[in-house]
Design a protein around this ligand. Sequence first.
Ligand SMILES: [Zn+2]
Length: 321
Amino acid sequence: MEPPWRGAFVPPGVGGGEDVAEGKCVGERQATPPSPWRLSCQRGRATVVVPVRTSRVIAAGVASAATLALPAAAAQIDGGMSAHTFVVLRRSVRQSLTRFIRFGLPLYCGGSRRRDVALTFDDGPGPATRATLRVLRRNGESATFFLVGRNLAGWPDLPRAEATLGAVGDHTWTHPFLTRLPSSAVVREIASTQAALERLTRMPVLLFRPPYGFHDRDVDRDVRRLGMLQVLWSLDSHDSYPPPGASAAQIVRTLARSLRPGSIVLLHENLRQTEVALPALLLGLRSVGLRSVSVPDLLAVDPPTVRQLRSGIRGCPSARA
Ligand SMILES: [Zn+2]
């Protein structure tokens, strides 16, 4: 007997028609969703077409709940990775991101009502990006990549691959200390990178992370004016700082000790120790039932409360910045 699908979506005001949800899956087999939903799994992408009016609302009233967990379908598709297979309605992701951009406050973590965390990789793209993407894809995990504009020319095809696996954010053009620059230079650093990333990914780029995490009220205001969400972190892996960065074993230990549901984790692309740590780190995630999602997906499925957001990093459980 097929176990029932469970899920929660359709915030008030979504309206009728069909919505398309996309997620990840492994394998090519078709699963049989309850009529009239349509599900396919091709080349690792799960697509679900859901007639909005007939979709079941499990958690009505939870305005931002937008996850469809698909255990039955997932079990058929990937034979055992059901806990890692999920889809998020694209429309709901857009809505929740827009909501947080409007708040205009830096984001440090998600909520802690689910088992999701967001791994973030700064300073790419670069020579190790492909390997990082391969490991993430093989494990069915996702991530967010904050990219530096001046690195893009060397690897123009990678931002789109990163955006497809998770999400891409802006990490300035030259990686300066923004708090030492006049506002005009701050805006130039961010806007030029955003434009280049949008051209390469063919997607809107609305996430921003300041280099070294250095920001102040002026930087915050500039980011707000650019209509972007500033994303900091609640857990530093210390893979990069203090130099030369923690060893792979230390990175894995730090995360094993301090990861909590809703954590946003700071990691770096193109550091040998991070690359070495990644497989063990993902294994560790799974062993405690956590899953990595992109920052936009985290905001859609498990957003921080407004009170958490206003408290900054103090609003994050077990923050270690
Ligand atoms: Zn950086």
